[in-house]
Design a protein around this ligand. Sequence first.
Ligand SMILES: Cc1ncc(COP(=O)(O)O)c(C=O)c1O
Length: 393
Amino acid sequence: MHISRRAKETAPFYVMEVADQATALEEQGIDIIHLNVGEPDFGAAPAVLEALPRIAHSSLAYTGALGIPELRQAIAGFYRTRHGVGIAPERIVVTSGATGALLLLAAALVDPGDEVLLADPTYPCNVQILAGFGADVRLVRADAAHLYQLDSALVRDNWGARTKGAVVASPANPTGSCIPFDELAPLTRTVAERDGWLLFDEIYLDLTEGDAPGGSRPSVLSVDPQALVVNSFSKYFGMTGWRLGWAVVPDDLVDPIERLSQNFVICPSVVAQKAALECFEPETLAIFDARRDEFRKRREIVLAGLEEMGLPVPVKPDGAFYAYFDVSGTGLGAAEFCSRALHEAHVALTPGKDFGPATADTHVRFSYSVGQDQLREALVRLGGFVKSLCPGC
Ligand SMILES: Cc1ncc(COP(=O)(O)O)c(C=O)c1O
């Protein structure tokens, strides 16, 4: 059978390979601690689950391609009360996760041959989606001095004749680092001056601490109300498998996105859309905020633990549930470090090669989406392993 060039060129997601190896060890009865998982260990909130029997007996017919009006209004309300920004519900597009939002936006924005800038390291699926629509993705090395993020200087230096846009994630996966608030306006201005588009992936934004009214860092929408933003119910709202997210798009993109969504997906999951309405009740938001607090406590434990074993985290994470540490001092490459940590310490981690070439050999992603007890145990195991690499040290 003929397989498309697009399919052949789509790289595997290596984190899945780590998961497979970990499962093989677990099948032998070995207890593995999973620090390789990119999803919160907290599931959907109780109110969301309790709504399911009622939803099962309601109409589950297709909805409009942009999502049900009540949910678009609820998301607009979330921006108003939690981020202090007024966004018309008509500009909110409900999608199948941030992934679905990225697919629709890439379809709407990218023509084959357009160059698009992303930081290296970066979340790999966004690269593959853009490339799948014919973008020439240019990974821009963003080192620790740049917080592993694109900033206005890097955009200026790397914008070429064919560059049409850039995608950033703040906080980012795998680093948890944010683009500083003071950099948001210069960054959006730099892209606008070049007549380009700039897409903000804010999927982890509500898992940060800051001075937005909801206690997180502010959205880029507070600086540029016409910014392009994707977000999701997967992380802060704990609904990964429900496949629900959204995009905030400027007025002139609503119609093209609606036509693309009608044709590509018809509509996002109706069950998930109706259940997600429960997320915005004050008691439910309080549960999510308590979880954010828990992630902050875990972050402190992880950073202290890694420091104690001499594994530097060059940029301290601002949020999400990741720490990106440098293993070059251990004498091992990142892939070997992860493979040996899995087999010798029974701790599953993700090597940097998933996130681009710049840190492929030197860095490892630690996901603290396990409870504090398991986290402490993982740090003890990892500490023993690191010590074994240099017995005399
Ligand atoms: C930065 C980033 N963007 C997007 C996604 C996709 O998330 P969703 O489950 O909403 O499709 C992820 C998932 O890990 C991510 O880390």
